[in-house]
Design a binder for this molecule. Structure first.
Ligand code: OXD
Ligand code: MN
Length: 603
């Protein structure tokens, strides 16, 4: 540690220093990064307030009008740093085979050697925040501790919303045998230069090094980096699964409660679906949220799959969020929320408001856009970045599930896969069995969105919606999915949905939003062995009479249309899956090949 670093004494500091592994790693990182000051965060609401106040001085935060937006702040990231950068994200292992064909790979030694010079002295003149956090309820069998060292005040405040932060983490590490069981997360925004931006994962060292980005999954290292990439690797070692899935509860009028996990690629409406409000006709149903982005799942002693949400907040896409599309998200962001990269509006009294495209509010006459540039409705540009986000505590959600924080997790009745597909893929069908379900999940495709940099609107294969998040070889990941079945006495039923199918005029056929409840009802009834389905080449499908269409603008013949399977289109789909299969070359698990052959023979 350099003599010029001032370590702020606190309870957190003494707890950190009492753990020899933490102390040694901290000393190394402080020596490397040379911060002026080290602050140990405790994750309390009072501390978050102090961080916001500090951020007002540094320019990291703007305070929103506190009457309208109590406890809410605004942050703008660098305009070159507004989405996860998958091409700069690496799995760093001794052999390339460990990372597999779908990840960017760097040798671990090479990665350390490349990044060390970037970190050297990068925190001079800055404060290093030490963020101890737990992913998952601390008493859960799957709870994992991480410690993030960051020079971003915004990241410190955001992590205290998104994770369980503070003493709770030191307490877990203090349990016998746990002292070294933490993910070492080193983060610096550096000079926010995309040419010197690296998001590196070292699964063998339980370590993450992120440099040069201050936004979202690149910087809040508990989320995609730890809870998906590192956790998926740990899950394979330890017989559990880390998945890019929302988790929701659905309570039927007779009181029966089912839990559903659903994997949709980024920005395909996981948050909206997890907070769904049943339409009037379903007012006796209750839908509740356990999580909106990540599920960790394991098999309990009875052989049943259970799941927890490792996060404690939402990092949701803002544009398009309004009282129609997602009233519960609107309510979740009403207080104690950070808005990033939306438009900033100055009110008559000089205080600030926020705005985004398709919000409940009409466009303001003028605003500062996501880049801080003057904007008017005539500008012809988006005021809010399409990937602008709200960071809100889970406890703000009016439909938070009563068991969301239960260390025992929730039982999983059904797993849904989905994507954004304008044609070919029907609204809903059920797999014939687990192996077929894994094949369906492994081959889902989705039209790309703004959540990652790159072209928008092209179909990309996104196995289990995990393509950018599998922390090891996809071959072993698929084998792990097949293997998990063998641990279960009975398994969740697996379904595919596509809310986004369009007609010949390019209009969405299915009304979506709350009406997705109708599909959910069929899924739940199928999973409990109560609903009819007919066998088709793709899987088990509801007939129009098996889904409640009452009161909808679409009728039975429209329903038949969105369920139509065109043999020609499915053949094209199989051909376009080849791209992914060829990447795996000789490594494709045999179950995948058999399932593809069976599908072809059914057509
Ligand atoms: C997210 C994503 O931010 O999937 O959740 O990109
Ligand atoms: Mn996500």
């Amino acid at each position: 540690m350099t003599a010029s670093t001032a370590v702020v004494k606190s309870a957190g500091e003494s707890r950190a220093m009492s753990n020899p592994y933490v102390k040694q790693w901290l000393d190394e990182c402080i020596t490397l990064c040379q911060p002026d000051k080290v602050v140990f965060c405790d994750g309390t609401p009072e501390e978050r307030k102090r961080l916001f106040q500090e951020g007002l001085k540094t320019g990291d935060f703007y305070e929103l009008n506190q009457k309208k937006w109590p406890g809410c702040y605004y942050h703008r990231s660098n305009s070159n740093d507004v989405a996860r950068t998958e091409h700069l994200t690496f799995i760093c292992t001794p052999s390339e085979d460990m990372a597999g064909p779908t990840n960017n790979w760097m040798s671990d030694r090479q990665a350390y050697a490349k990044l060390k010079p970037l970190y050297r002295g990068c925190m001079k003149g800055r404060t290093m925040y030490v963020l101890p956090f737990v992913m998952g309820p601390a008493e859960s069998v799957l709870a994992k501790v991480g410690i993030e060292l960051t020079d971003s005040l915004y990241v410190a405040a955001s992590m205290s919303i998104m994770t369980r932060m503070g003493n709770v983490a030191w307490d877990v590490l203090d349990k016998p045998g746990n002292a070294n069981a933490f993910t070492r997360c080193l983060h610096s925004i550096g000079d926010v230069n995309p040419d010197r931006r690296y998001i590196c994962h070292f699964p063998l060292d339980n370590t993450i090094w992120s440099f040069g980005s201050g936004y979202g999954g690149n910087a809040l290292l508990g989320k995609k980096c730890l809870a998906l990439r590192i956790a998926s690797y740990l899950g394979r070692q330890q017989d559990w699964m880390a998945e890019h899935m929302l988790l929701m509860g659905a309570q039927a009028p007779n009181g029966e409660k089912s839990y559903i996990a659903a994997a949709f690629p980024s920005a395909c409406g996981k948050t909206n679906f997890a907070m769904l409000i049943p339409p009037d006709r379903y007012r006796d149903w209750k839908v509740t949220t356990v999580g909106d982005d990540i599920a960790w799942m394991w098999v309990d002693e009875q052989g049943k799959m259970r799941a927890i949400n490792p996060e404690s907040g939402y990092f949701g896409v803002v544009p398009g969020t309004n009282s129609k599309s997602n009233p519960n998200a609107v309510k979740s962001m009403q207080k104690d929320t950070i808005f990033t990269n939306v438009a900033l509006v100055t009110l008559d009294d000089g205080t600030y408001d926020v705005w985004w495209e398709d919000s409940d509010m009409p466009a303001p006459a003028k605003a500062l856009d996501w880049q801080g540039k003057e904007w008017t409705p005539a500008s012809g540009t988006k005021a809010a970045h399409p990937n602008s986000r709200f960071t809100a505590p889970a406890i703000n959600n009016p439909v938070l599930d009563e068991n969301w924080d239960d260390p025992a997790g929730v039982p999983v009745t059904a797993i849904m896969f989905g994507g954004r597909r304008s044609k070919t893929i029907p609204l809903v069908f059920q797999s014939f069995n687990w192996i077929h379900g894994v094949y369906i999940g492994a081959t889902i495709g989705s039209e790309t969105t703004a959540a990652a940099t790159g072209a928008v609107g092209v179909v990309r294969r996104d196995p289990m919606a995990m393509l950018p998040f599998i922390g090891y070889n996809i071959r072993d990941y698929l084998v792990h999915w097949f293997h998990m079945r063998k641990k279960m006495t009975d398994c969740p039923r697996i379904f595919l949905v596509n809310w986004f199918r369009k007609d010949e005029k390019g209009r969405f056929v299915w009304p979506g939003f709350g009406e997705n409840m109708r599909v959910l009802e069929w899924i739940i009834n199928r999973a409990h062995g109560r609903a009819y389905a007919k066998e088709t080449p793709l899987g088990w499908m509801p007939r129009p009479e098996d889904i409640n269409l009452e009161g909808l603008t679409i009728d039975k013949s429209d329903f038949v249309k969105i369920q139509t399977i065109s043999a020609e289109e499915v053949k094209q789909e199989i051909i376009s899956q080849e791209e992914l299969f060829l990447k795996l070359a000789g490594d494709l698990p045999k179950e995948m090949l058999f399932q593809r052959e069976l599908l072809i023979s059914r057509l």
